[in-house]
Design a binder for this molecule. Structure first.
Ligand SMILES: Cc1cc2nc3c(=O)[nH]c(=O)nc-3n(C[C@H](O)[C@H](O)[C@H](O)COP(=O)(O)OP(=O)(O)OC[C@H]3O[C@@H](n4cnc5c(N)ncnc54)[C@H](O)[C@@H]3O)c2cc1C
Length: 553
């Protein structure tokens, strides 16, 4: 036994974010000998790490929170419709403390390697500091947006000012007043940061390679009366989330795009543009996801909205995406983003025209000129979906490496198990129902299914579960097939595994990373597998169970 960590547990959960916290709650409820390990100094995952100004939900706060405890739902008052990072982190700490879960968690514990011991049906884990432990089951709650990526630029270490990735935004306040600030990237995070800091910095220069579509978040405070109303409607709210494809309150408009007049379409879009949250994306006509012409008409509508908000027509055109349509990747929601470009202190540099060449001691160099900065913010995204899995050296049965198996993209059973890697569960893995939906709704479904499987095994004395190769091939083919009808298959986005900053993830090779069938179909699929005695999963051979039982007698 090493300090604070025993040498063996029945279950080790890796990750103490929204998923890991709920996972350990369910295990603790059953009295299972379980531990949570996280590389971070404290719990919260996404909401521990991303402390940049403007970091907040694009899910309605009250649909993001856990649904499992009526008491919790009645106690917690969400202060904003789209709550910001400090409040979100407070919430996760509140939940952890309320249910006494902190005692199961160990921090500053990065899991470097996991090896499956076939003789004993258990996992051997190695931590970053060399400590080792074993467990029967490993549950990877490592997050789908938890490994930040930096651009591959020369001279990054030579910069004499301050620079950081948004994921590692410092804990202490960063003095921005009067400072010359660069931000590289215009993805979801940059869009939040830019809108928030444009009026707080001296000069802000945005380095954009490709613009993203974006629409207003329309955030607002939640009063005591509104919160009382939300509490009274929680059952109804979560029932809606269960019914909708995205796990949100936003339901698709079931009228056919082509069955209504252009005026009716525009009337819907005018209404949605002024409403809070993802409605503009998810309460839209379903054809915008699958029909190029419908998508082009809607994209042109949003482009006009951008032109109306950005005063300089040249800048406006640069902010309008030309290489993909609206909604074919997760849509960043914005607050004052486009208005930021109307300020004299905000400048847009199009690095598709004048590429970034290097970081210098005093700033950045493009092919056109040198720029001086006090602070460089890298808002360059994540090694999304598979990054955290790839960064653990996972060796399954017969010495197979998960990294090698997934080199060209993941292949899973239900997004939660991998053939050749017994007793390894991923409640929110690649190809599961989480990433394309309101995450916590997917997380609760995934954790619930994993608990069902574990209960099934514990009841029967099984010590080994593995997805069959056939079941995995079937699921992966199903996930792949669904991409074929979606316009998103062509997008350079984290839904297709594109990231020019990661070798092997350049454009051209689609990775089938997310399940696009929506929440109801996903839940139906995983429920059906469970109802059929976990069809597609093989458990220990009966002789082995019997032999163990007689040895114990
Ligand atoms: C800025 C931002 C805003 C977002 N907003 C929304 C939103 O509004 N709605 C929504 O649905 N989703 C949103 N998401 C997605 C978000 O990631 C999920 O909502 C949710 O927080 C995921 O929880 P998780 O527990 O699965 O993963 P995470 O919160 O990412 O937690 C994973 C944890 O695993 C740890 N870990 C990883 N690898 C290891 C290892 N090898 N050893 C030890 N520990 C490890 C990490 O340190 C981390 O703490 C947002 C993401 C970001 C980055």
């Amino acid at each position: 036994m090493t300090e604070g960590i025993k040498s063996h547990y029945e279950v080790v959960v890796i990750g103490a974010g929204v998923a890991g916290i709920y996972q350990i709650k369910r295990l603790a409820d059953l009295g299972v000998d379980a531990l949570v390990l996280d590389a971070a100094p404290d719990l919260g995952g996404t909401w521990y790490w991303n402390r940049y100004p403007g970091a907040r939900f694009d899910s309605e706060s009250y649909t993001y929170g856990y649904s499992f405890s009526k008491e919790l739902l009645n106690e917690w008052h969400w202060k904003e419709r789209f709550s910001a990072q400090p409040e979100n982190l407070r919430y996760l700490n509140y939940v952890t403390d309320k249910f006494g879960l902190r005692k199961y968690m160990r921090f500053n514990c990065k899991v470097e390697a996991a090896d499956f011991d076939e003789a004993q049906d258990l996992w051997r884990l190695r931590l970053g500091d060399g400590r080792e432990l074993t467990c029967r089951f490993v549950i990877l709650a490592v997050g789908l947006l938890s490994i930040p990526t930096l651009p591959r630029l020369e001279g990054m270490d030579s910069f004499k000012g301050r620079s950081f990735h948004t994921f590692y935004w410092p804990h202490e306040p960063v003095e921005l007043a009067g400072k010359k600030v660069a931000i590289i990237g215009t993805g979801a995070t940059a869009i939040q940061v830019i809108g928030e800091i444009a009026d707080k910095v001296g000069e802000l220069t945005v380095f954009q390679r490709r613009p993203n579509w974006s629409a207003p978040l329309n955030n607002s405070p939640i009063s005591n009366e509104e919160m009382a109303d939300i509490r009274a409607r929680y059952d109804e709210i979560f029932a809606t989330c269960t019914r909708t494809p995205g796990g949100f309150e936003h339901e698709p408009d079931r009228r056919g795009f082509w069955e209504v007049t252009r005026e009716e379409r525009v009337a819907l879009w005018d209404k949605l543009y002024d409403e809070p949250g993802f409605g503009i994306w998810l309460s839209n006509f379903r054809e915008i996801f699958t029909d190029e012409v419908a998508n082009a008409e809607f994209s042109a509508y949003i482009a006009d909205r951008i032109r109306r908000r950005v005063k300089d027509p040249v800048t406006a055109e640069k902010l309008i995406p030309k290489d993909h349509g609206f909604g074919v990747q997760r849509v960043p929601m914005e607050t004052n983003y486009f208005e930021a470009y109307n300020r004299d202190n905000v400048h847009l540099v199009d690095i598709s025209e004048t590429p970034l060449e290097r970081v210098t001691e005093t700033g950045l160099r493009t092919s056109a000129r040198d720029y001086d900065f006090d602070i460089i913010i890298y808002s360059t995204g994540f090694d999304a979906i598979t990054g955290a899995f790839d960064s653990i050296d996972i060796t399954g049965a017969g010495g197979a490496k998960l990294f090698d198996k997934w080199r060209d993209g993941p292949s899973t059973f239900l997004g939660m198990m991998v053939h050749g890697f017994p007793n390894l569960l991923m409640p929110t893995g690649p190809q599961s129902g989480s990433a394309s939906t309101n995450f916590p709704r997917g997380i609760e479904n995934g954790v619930g299914w994993c608990m069902g499987l574990l209960g099934y095994m514990w009841d029967r004395g099984y010590t080994r579960a593995e997805a069959t190769a056939e079941a995995q091939a079937r699921w992966t083919a199903h996930v792949t097939k669904m991409y074929a009808i979606m316009l998103m298959r062509k997008a350079k986005s984290w839904f297709t595994g594109y990231n020019s900053n990661i070798p092997g993830h350049e454009h051209g090779k689609t990775r089938y990373l997310v399940y696009n069938g929506g929440t109801p179909k996903y839940v139906a699929a995983i429920t059906d597998v469970a109802a059929k005695g976990y069809e597609g999963v093989v458990f220990d051979a009966e002789e082995r169970v019997e032999a163990r039982a007689s040895a114990a007698r």
